[in-house]
Design a protein around this ligand. Structure first.
Ligand SMILES: O=C(O)CCC(=O)C(=O)O
Ligand SMILES: [Fe+2]
Length: 311
């Protein structure tokens, strides 16, 4: 069971004055940094994505997951597009990912695969959704880098980021297995993952060993998780959130994940400002594709990164 005692912070990003060098920014920045250090996650309340865009995303995605398997497989055959499903260990899980739905071409490929004449409605809502999430993602990263005194790195860091979007469907089951994790405990190999769920079910493992529910408390809620790559690049200053999904509702759960990574050529080198006698270097330099290959070979339970390049 997930704990109801510990609550992860809810942080408000709605204020229109939330710009660098304002008092509002400075106080939000403290909350963001503390939350990502302590929990590796927080709930963001962010009202820049209109409700009709969010509803449009979930309505279109319901249709996608009702399409026959052959469509999902056809999608998988396009470069940079992935369908994961029918995995025996996680039978309720199915997802489609796109290399970058922020790029117009990628949105069109997605629409043209699933709808025979494309789907301008999906294309428009997806473009709008991911454009606004890019801004939230950028604000959070800027706040983290400023908190670490890495202001000189912000532009280079943000320019080297690439993105991936994933839509996931968890089939509802009733019966003796209904409280089992539909997606088992793991950490992500990203900088940040920003998740929107149409039903609660996401949980994070807190350091006291309790699972904490990561619920949406508002229609404008998103869950922001810091992950392996951000933990490595910041020399262990941030926590990589260990999370899982235990759907609770009585209908299929759909979630939208917005992942950010370093580009494949970028060497992850801890900034020298974060290393001194009291804070020795914790990770060797590495590139993401090599780390991903290592993970694929079977590293488990958040030990992957430390085993791979920990010092
Ligand atoms: O469905 C969710 O809320 C989370 C999915 C997830 O953790 C992942 O795809 O890495
Ligand atoms: Fe994840």
């Amino acid at each position: 069971m997930a704990s109801t005692k510990v609550k992860i912070p809810t942080i408000d990003f709605c204020n229109s004055e939330l710009k660098p060098n304002t008092p509002q920014w400075e106080s939000t920045k403290v909350q963001v940094f503390e939350a990502l250090q302590e929990f590796g996650c927080f709930e963001a309340i962010y009202d820049k994505v209109p409700n009709e865009i969010i509803e449009g995303m979930f309505d279109n995605l319901k249709e996608v997951f009702d399409f026959p398997l052959s469509k999902l497989i056809e999608y998988r055959e396009k470069p940079f597009h992935i369908y994961d499903g029918q995995i025996p260990s996680i039978p309720l899980y199915g997802s489609v990912s796109s290399a970058d739905l922020v790029l117009p071409n990628s949105v069109e490929t997605f629409s043209n695969t699933f709808w025979s004449h494309g789907n301008p409605n999906f294309s428009n809502v997806a473009k709008s959704y991911f454009k606004q999430l890019m801004e939230l993602n950028e604000m959070v990263k800027r706040m983290v880098l400023e908190s670490l005194g890495l202001n000189n790195y912000i532009d280079e860091f943000l320019n080297s980021n690439v993105f991936m979007s994933r839509f996931t469907n968890y089939k509802v089951i009733k019966g003796e297995n209904e409280n089992e994790a539909a997606l088992p405990s793991h950490t992500d190999s990203t900088y940040l993952t920003i998740i929107k769920q149409n039903q609660n079910g996401l949980q994070v493992l807190y350091k006291n060993g309790e699972w904490i529910e990561l619920n949406h408390t508002s229609p404008n809620s998103y869950i922001v998780l810091s992950a392996d790559i951000f933990m490595a690049w910041t020399n262990d200053k941030l926590t990589s959130a260990q999370h899982r999904v235990v759907p609770t509702g009585d209908k299929d759960r759909i979630s939208i994940q917005f992942f950010s990574f370093p580009n494949p050529d970028y060497t992850l080198n801890v900034p020298k400002e974060l290393v001194d006698e009291e804070h020795p270097l914790m990770f060797k330099p590495f590139k993401l594709p090599e780390f991903n290959k290592y993970i694929m070979l079977g590293a488990k339970n958040g030990l992957g990164l430390k085993n791979y390049c920990g010092l």
